[in-house]
Design a protein around this ligand. Structure first.
Ligand SMILES: Nc1ncnc2c1ncn2[C@@H]1O[C@H](COP(=O)(O)OP(=O)(O)OP(=O)(O)O)[C@@H](O)[C@H]1O
Length: 296
């Protein structure tokens, strides 16, 4: 049986920036694989190469046993995968339902299945109340939920989720975790990036850690933790010693705080004495000046 995802010496340059360096990923089918790393480590660049958004500079990629850079395989891979990309890639001038309908049609789903699943997903992710709004009017969290609904709609075998928990509320975060648990239990695979280590620790079966473009760890969660916490192992792997001190004396003692007189604790700017008058209403000022310009 082939792996859900396998890469060999996968690399990507942006001019002289070597963003991803010879990465060998192995993601077993049925696993919930957390791909972790500090800011700028190369997570999104890797996910883009796995999902056909970005061409690798060198190396090999196999998704569900197929090559995404082979034209014949690419469509079949797209039919079997769902993606929540870094920038979400929604259409601003569609409502949630229109976007899901569009997505379903792209996956050649029949209209009644699209309708039924859209209703279920919009309700589960608490988007049914805003479904008539255009996505351009959505909050960041709402957009994220819609992108996740679209990724789940065709019921794919493999999900790529770039930061699905970022910007969503606690209730939704719990719903997403429960959905992913059901999804993996049936044998499908999730490849997820996240900075929220508590969630990764709770839901992931396997973890890969990338730092400076290099895969510095890849193991099952239990192998990696070995009685320690994921956070501690992560900090060790990405090279921030736990005992590193935060040496910002001015932050600790409050010296030179903005709004304070130099060296003192009193206010730098004297509060105006209370004249007993209310603040002028800016609207009344506006209407006064307007009335000067446009005497009626
Ligand atoms: N389009 C681009 N052009 C030039 N450099 C890029 C581009 N995209 C990414 N990079 C660089 O590649 C490196 C990896 O970036 P990437 O976005 O993959 O990191 P990341 O791990 O996803 O970070 P974050 O957690 O902050 O989202 C960084 O040095 C980044 O500046």
């Amino acid at each position: 049986m082939t792996y859900a995802i396998e890469t060999k010496k996968l690399s990507r340059y942006f001019d002289d920036v070597h963003a991803v360096k010879s990465v060998d990923l192995v993601v077993q089918r049925g696993s919930l694989y957390g791909f972790l790393g500090p800011n700028g480590a190369g997570k999104s660049t890797t996910i883009k190469m796995l999902t056909g958004i970005l061409v690798p500079s060198s190396g090999e990629v196999s998704i569900l046993g197929k090559n995404p850079w082979n034209r014949a395989d690419a469509i079949s891979i797209k039919q079997q995968t769902g993606v929540v990309p870094e920038n979400l890639a929604l259409f601003d001038n569609l409502t949630a339902r229109e976007y899901l309908t569009f997505t379903g049609r792209m996956y050649s789903m029949d209209p009644s299945t699209i309708r039924e699943r859209s209703e279920e997903l919009l309700s589960l992710l608490k988007l049914e109340e805003v479904e008539k709004k255009l996505t351009v009017e959505y909050s960041h969290g709402m957009k994220k939920k819609l992108a996740l609904a679209a990724a789940l709609l065709p019921n794919p075998d493999l999900l790529f989720l770039d930061e699905p928990f970022e910007g969503v509320d606690a209730v939704t975060s719990r719903v997403i975790r429960d959905i992913l648990a059901i999804y993996v239990r049936r044998g499908s695979t999730v490849f997820v990036t996240s900075h929220v280590l508590e969630i990764v620790e709770r839901i992931c079966t396997h973890v890969g850690i990338i730092a400076g473009g290099q895969l510095v760890e890849q193991a099952s969660l239990d192998e990696l933790r070995q009685g320690s916490s994921l956070e501690q192992r992560f900090l060790e792997k990405v090279g921030r010693p736990q005992e590193e001190e935060i040496n910002l004396a001015w932050l600790e003692d409050g010296r030179g705080r903005s709004g304070l007189a130099p060296g003192g604790n009193g206010p730098a700017i004297e509060e105006p004495a209370d004249s007993g008058q209310d603040c002028p209403d800016p609207n009344s000022q506006l209407s006064e000046s307007q009335s000067r310009e446009n005497p009626s």
